[in-house]
Write a protein that binds this ligand. Structure first.
Ligand code: AMP
Ligand code: TRP
Length: 332
């Protein structure tokens, strides 16, 4: 059976990278896979969060999933923290994860910066929690943006280490699924930096809550270069290449086809073409999201249903893992 688990951290400012790099691909995959899409709130607290804002962002992110086309009848949508098995399995996996593997993780190096002594343990062990998220559901496929590939590969290593230790084929080794021309959406201000929720400049990203005028303004102000015409060269023209990838991704065509469509255009005419496809694509999502956000009861029902479905699978896996590990199963 083919099963998917993926998630986004509910930290606000859901942006085009999250949409084109991840959520949109989930929508396409939910036809052929049994899907579990969580709101990664346990991951979110690896950096400081205000409790009320986090609660609000969990609902907002759930609304975004649904507005983007995740069907709550087909796919389970749930907050990670509602299933205690994630944290429990993480502990067990952490006893099978050599420090050397974690030391290779580039995201930790980026997020911890120079002051590693003061970085919290959760930020460091975050990839072990992500491995637990995935294999708790025995997921076979994990659709993510390019930046998460290393973490999914680590998950394969950890699942393999567990299987070898207990001499079993208990966990399938999950495959990262990285799709399309927008697996790495870059900042609109700096084509060498990825688009991110935490960038101070709101002009660096298109948020899923931006209206048409804001989208137009952000693309107009997006950094480009002085070279004439539109061409793809990620090294020499990172900003223009990023915009071209976005155009191709919105249109659902290849980069080459996109280049053919904007042949002979100058930067500002191309930005207008991009704005038009982006607004046409995003405005139904934005308005659906706004409607859903008013329906807190509905959202909470969807989440509760998701939690029930997630529990059914997670509890079974955890029970079997505890048996393998040699923990007593006492009635109480
Ligand atoms: P995060 O915002 O870090 O929780 O990311 C949630 C999902 O969005 C993951 O699958 C990421 O790989 C994906 N993602 C985040 N930023 C980008 C980006 N700039 N380009 C492509 N995918 C991204
Ligand atoms: N670490 C992912 C991110 O920041 C979010 C995430 C947590 C995730 N657990 C996951 C993604 C499991 C896929 C599968 O983008």
């Amino acid at each position: 059976m083919k099963r998917i688990l993926s998630g986004v951290q509910p930290t606000g400012n859901l942006h085009l990278g999250n949409y084109l790099g991840a959520i949109r691909n989930w929508v396409a995959l939910q036809r052929d896979y049994e899907c579990f899409f969580m709101l990664a709130d346990l991951h979110a607290i690896t950096v400081p969060q205000e409790a009320d804002k986090l609660r609000q962002h969990v609902r907002e992110t759930a609304a975004a999933y649904i507005a983007c086309g995740i069907d709550p009848e087909k796919s389970a949508i749930f907050p990670q923290s509602s299933i205690s098995g994630h944290a429990e399995l993480m502990w067990i996996l952490s006893c099978h994860t050599p420090l050397g593997w974690l030391n290779r993780m580039t995201q930790f190096k980026e997020k911890a910066g120079k002051d590693k002594e003061n970085a919290v343990l959760g930020l460091y062990s975050y990839p072990v929690l992500m491995a637990a998220d995935i294999i708790l559901y025995k997921a076979t496929h994990v659709p993510v943006g390019h930046d998460q590939k290393q973490h999914v590969e680590l998950t394969r290593d950890i699942a393999g280490a567990f299987n070898r230790y207990y001499k079993t084929e208990f966990f399938p080794l999950p495959e990262p699924v990285i799709m399309g021309e927008a697996a790495r959406v870059m900042s609109l201000r700096d084509g060498k930096k990825k688009m991110s929720k935490s960038d101070e400049s709101d002009y660096s990203r298109i948020n899923l809550t931006d209206d048409a005028d804001t989208i137009a303004l952000k693309f107009r102000k997006a950094k480009s270069d002085m070279i004439e015409g539109i061409s793809y060269d990620a090294e020499a023209r990172p900003e223009v290449s990023n915009l071209l990838n976005l155009y191709a991704s919105f249109r659902g065509i290849t980069r080459e086809q996109a280049l053919a469509e904007c042949e002979g255009k100058n930067n500002s005419a191309f930005k207008q073409m991009l704005t038009d496809v982006a607004v046409a694509h995003l405005s139904p999502i934005t308005s659906k999201m706004r409607e859903l956000l008013k329906e807190t009861d509905y959202l909470d029902k969807v989440l509760a249903r998701g939690v029930a479905r997630a529990h059914a699978v997670a509890d079974q896996t955890l029970k079997e893992v505890k048996e393998l590990a040699g923990f007593l199963n006492l009635k109480h």
